[in-house]
Design a protein around this ligand. Structure first.
Ligand code: DGL
Length: 268
């Protein structure tokens, strides 16, 4: 049984997983969390499957050793769709993944046309093919990569003014594909993207539902930890791979979430 001060480990390449952190905070306000951002490895979306798999399994193994978490959540669609199985083999604690929210999207769509926007690596995964076959057969799932939005989401959370040209161009590109005009549901299949939900809503208009997995993942974590106790005095922390100044500009976002000052996990 976990001790009350054992943390939950949330892992992403950057701030995308904070969308899961925020949803988790609503359900488990007292849970101590170690939020780990792999800034030395960002972006995963441009890496090969072998690179992501080795990196995620290795890093999570070392982090689990250091922080002794009661549960780890890979709050990154790219890492989860590639490495979830591998990580589950390596670690003995429960591992929760973040996979594209195709199932809820399929039950929401009225037109049957769903768009899925993720990183380059995510949209080509067999994991996504399987989700599509399982939950969206008979629907039309249009996949598109938007790796440039990861940096834009990082900039937004640092309080920088952002340019919405890339999101508008994405909306236009999707509408220009066959059946694009009938898209009524958009899966934000990268944890960074809900940070841009206002911009997505403006670019796609009020008739398109935006769907992401953050709430569902938070509920899954809470269900797995049901009955466990949390020490409200145990502080949550934000750690980064590489130098801590990779988190420069995030001070407000971190302190608003009770995550303190960024610390360096290591310098890989
Ligand atoms: N946040 C990550 C995801 O959910 C991707 C960012 C990256 O490319 O590193 O896919």
């Amino acid at each position: 049984m976990a001790e009350p001060n054992d943390p939950i480990l949330l892992f992403d390449t950057g701030v995308g997983g904070l969308t899961v952190y925020d949803a988790l905070r609503d359900i488990l306000p007292d849970a101590p969390v170690i939020y780990a951002a792999d800034y030395a490895g960002i972006p995963y979306g441009q890496k090969t499957e072998a690179e992501v798999g080795a990196r995620v399994a290795g890093l999570l193994g070392r982090m689990a050793e250091r922080y002794q978490p009661r549960l780890a959540c890979i709050a990154c669609n790219t890492a989860s769709t590639i490495a979830l199985g591998m990580v589950r083999e390596v670690l003995e604690i429960p591992i929760v993944g973040t996979v594209p929210a195709i199932k809820p999207a399929a039950s929401l769509t009225k037109t049957g046309t769903i768009a899925l926007v993720g990183t380059k690596a995510t949209i080509r995964q067999a994991y996504v093919d399987d989700l599509e076959a399982q939950f969206a057969s008979g629907k039309n799932l249009l996949r598109i990569a938007a790796p440039e939005l990861v940096d834009i989401a990082e900039a937004k959370l640092r309080g920088h003014a952002i340019d919405d040209t890339a999101i508008r161009a994405l909306a236009e590109a999707l509408r220009g594909t066959p059946d694009g005009e009938t898209i009524d549901t958009l899966v934000l299949a990268c944890t960074h993207f809900p940070l841009l939900s206002d911009e997505f809503a403006l670019a796609f208009g009020p008739d398109v539902n935006l769907v992401d997995g953050a709430q569902g993942i938070a509920r899954r974590i809470a269900a797995l930890l049901e009955g466990q106790r949390f020490d409200p005095g145990e502080r949550s922390r934000f750690v980064v791979t590489g130098p801590a100044d990779r988190a420069a500009g995030l001070e407000r976002a971190l302190s608003a979430r009770g995550l303190g000052v960024a610390q360096s996990f290591t310098n890989p």
